[in-house]
Design a protein around this ligand. Structure first.
Ligand SMILES: CC(C)(COP(=O)(O)OP(=O)(O)OC[C@H]1O[C@@H](n2cnc3c(N)ncnc32)[C@H](O)[C@@H]1OP(=O)(O)O)[C@@H](O)C(=O)NCCC(=O)NCCS
Length: 179
């Protein structure tokens, strides 16, 4: 069920699979590149990779209440990731909390695949584990991450609310997708 089988093989030889412990360092590197402010400690100028690793390692341990997916290329290099978590207990609401794709691999459909394949797996897992359906996927994103808005809208998410300034003083937007 949560094994690391390859879930889909893409035309460009990118595969999407559930992450393993051994992926954590690579995920932290990709995330740190995508989000240069997210793992800065105190007055430092750059992200602290050890903190990023810890952040993802803790999330990996939240199975079966969360899912961390990776996109890997033909050399098994992690080039993207997406982290989903259940919110509100077994409400059937799942939040896509964070996703990122290595800059060199963007515009190849990797984020889209992480979302579409991820949602399918989550829906199946949730029904199997908890005998209930997924009701809704939600996410928030910053107006600063303009590219992500295109991806989410293309994946069927609808802009539901503006949340005002949130992370690092930027305007945040709520997207939802009813299932
Ligand atoms: C947002 C992000 C994850 C998109 O990853 P990606 O793998 O390049 O996205 P996809 O290739 O699946 O893009 C799907 C569609 O979104 C749109 N899109 C994506 N990036 C775009 C860009 N730079 N300009 C215009 N449209 C864009 C396009 O319509 C694209 O489809 P197309 O290439 O067939 O035209 C990536 O840019 C990223 O990691 N950014 C930094 C971190 C971030 O913002 N994360 C999301 C917030 S948590």
């Amino acid at each position: 069920m949560f094994c690391s089988v390859i879930i889909s093989k893409m035309k460009n030889e990118i595969s999407i699979r559930i992450s393993k412990k051994s992926d954590i360092k690579s995920i932290a590197i990709v995330s740190s590149g995508c989000f240069p402010q997210d793992y800065i400690v105190g007055e430092n100028k750059i992200n602290d990779l050890a903190i990023a690793e810890k952040w993802f390692a803790k999330r990996l341990s939240l199975k079966p209440f969360s899912w961390l997916f990776v996109a890997v290329n033909k050399n098994k290099k992690v080039v993207g990731f997406a982290y989903f978590m259940m919110i509100g207990g077994l409400s059937g609401i799942v939040q896509l909390e964070i996703m990122g794709v290595d800059e060199k691999y963007r515009r190849q459909g990797i984020a889209s695949k992480l979302i579409s394949q991820g949602e399918k797996i989550i829906t199946k897992d949730f029904a199997k584990q908890f005998k209930k359906p997924i009701v809704k996927f939600i996410l928030t994103t910053s107006m600063e991450n303009q590219n992500s808005h295109y991806v989410y809208q293309k994946q069927g998410f609808i802009k539901t609310a503006s949340l005002g300034e949130l992370y690092f003083g930027a305007e945040e937007v709520l997207y939802t997708k009813n299932i």
